[in-house]
Design a protein around this ligand. Structure first.
Ligand code: NDP
Length: 456
């Protein structure tokens, strides 16, 4: 698809997100779709020249081997402006540099984003201007509501893209195809047939120099509040009639509204821990509390676990456990759906009545279904075997998908304002209980697989 003309304006173009994820996403998209003509404007508080900026863009593009006509166009035309994000005049001046529809991407720390949105209130933005806002969207439910109100004063909701790049992961979107397009799963996708669900996203990485940000967030905010609850929403949502943004967002918000802590008790429904020194793969990691940018007194967790339930007709009584941890030796990134056992097993079928387990690997997209069959030995002896499929990643990386949505005015992968607020509603009471010391902060060695706690 060609663009009638859009300019991607990155606020915070000198930062980590822009260099590591956003620009490589753009490079990949333009390589896959060389007929696009996008203009790129970088901005930041640093006084960079156009050449400095273009070399940052070139370097970021090279990480995904970006090439072709659309890439060359960006590299030869992209410009950089130093901007004070609290100044309405300077921001308006930056937007005036855009050709066609401006897409203003806030790759800024949350506090600076709020300041910049305020400064845009009185700017006369061109028709159709898109605001792209990164996570975390606010820092609790109240601030998310306030940010939504601020944003609504600048552009209509249909022009707001709240980014959760997990929604751009083809491996995450596989959940939809798998559950909705298969007769062997679609009618079983409910409390009558499913006993429990786990959503696990562990990683080997430690802080990677991002202590200043992470220590104020922690695993609960950085991973569960946003990404993992969004994944859960895809699992529990009622099937939308159409996969357009309106139906999809409505179904997702309805799903999120139904999610509550298990037994409504933050003390028993949540667990937290942080890593001590250890070796992850080949790498020695210092204890989290000793990393740069960390204040140990803040008691920030590097691993969080949460038990929740979607209290509705389809899911009541089914525990969902969400878990994410850093510095894990053998990290798992998967959705595990455990089905109920069959109601009756004939006595002569020797062996255990073991439930079917469906595993969706969120890393490589593979799917595995554990089934019971008669074994190769005694004909009536049950054995466990697996049906597996390699799905593989999509053509684009997640930020490429996210940017494609913005350029094509397709908001399906973006978060609705209410969805962003619901994520906070679910975790706010847990964070309060943690701040009040009601849930112990456990420890695990970096490189181990983290604590294994009892679950419902
Ligand atoms: P950085 O700390 O790298 O900073 C981003 C940009 O903001 C830089 O251009 C920086 O300028 C600028 N900036 C920082 N403080 C100020 C200030 N007080 N006034 C004006 N400009 C300022 O952040 P990230 O790039 O890591 O993150 C940006 C956003 O993206 C955050 O909301 C983050 O949560 C989100 N995000 C980040 C991810 C990542 O992996 N980095 C992943 C997912 C989301 P300068 O270069 O001068 O410091």
């Amino acid at each position: 698809m060609t663009d009638s003309g859009s300019t991607l304006i990155i606020l915070g173009g000198t930062g980590d997100l822009a260099a590591r994820l956003l620009l490589p996403g753009l490079g990949k998209l333009l390589t896959e779709e060389p007929e696009r003509r996008v203009m790129l404007l970088g901005s930041g508080r640093k006084q960079w020249s156009d050449d400095q900026w273009r070399s940052t863009v070139r370097e970021a593009f090279s990480t995904v081997d970006a090439h072709g006509a659309a890439v060359d166009h960006v590299l030869s035309t992209s410009r950089y402006l130093a901007v004070d994000y609290s100044s309405p005049e300077e921001l308006a001046g930056l937007v005036r540099e855009a050709h066609g529809k401006p897409i203003i991407y806030f790759a800024l720390p949350p506090g600076v984003t709020a300041t910049a949105v305020k400064a845009l209130q009185d700017a006369q933005l061109p028709e159709g201007t898109v605001l792209a806002l990164e996570k975390p969207f606010g820092n609790d439910r109240r601030s998310a509501t306030e940010l939504n109100e601020l944003v609504a004063g600048v552009v209509p909701e249909s022009q707001v893209f709240r980014v959760d790049h997990f929604m751009g992961e083809s491996t995450v979107l596989n959940i939809l195809g798998l559950r909705l397009a298969n007769r062997v799963f679609e009618p079983l996708w409910n409390r009558d047939h499913i006993a429990r669900v786990e959503i696990v996203y562990d990683e080997q990485l430690g802080l990677e120099g991002r202590g200043g940000y992470y220590d104020k967030a922690g695993a609960m905010v950085d991973m569960l509040q946003s990404h993992l609850l969004q994944i859960m929403a895809l699992i529990v949502m009622e099937p939308p009639a159409e996969l357009d943004a309106a139906d999809f967002h409505a179904a997702k918000v309805q799903a999120l509204r139904s999610i509550h802590l298990w037994r409504n008790d933050p003390r028993t429904a949540s667990r937290r821990a942080r890593y001590t020194a250890g070796t992850v793969g080949e790498r020695e990691l210092p204890a989290y509390a000793e990393e740069d940018g960390v204040d140990p007194e803040r008691n920030t967790e590097t691993l969080a676990e949460l038990d929740v339930e979607a209290t509705n007709r389809r899911w009541a009584g089914v525990p969902f456990t969400l878990r994410s941890g850093k510095a894990i030796g053998q990290p798992r990134q998967e959705v595990i759906v455990t089905f109920r056992e069959v109601p009756h097993l004939p006595e002569r079928l020797n062996g255990k009545n073991r439930p079917n387990v469906l595993r969706l690997n969120l890393g490589d997209g593979s799917v595995d279904l554990g089934i019971n069959v008669n074994g190769s030995g005694h004909p009536l002896e049950l054995q466990r075997t697996h049906l597996s499929a390699d799905v593989g990643p999509g053509d684009l990386n997640p930020y490429g998908e996210v940017l494609r949505g913005m350029l094509d005015e397709d908001a399906i992968l973006a978060l609705d304002g209410a969805a962003a607020e619901e994520g906070w509603r679910i975790v706010d009471s847990v964070r309060e209980a943690w701040a009040g010391g009601e849930v112990p902060l456990d420890e695990y060695e970096a490189g181990s697989n983290g604590p294994q706690w009892p679950r419902p």
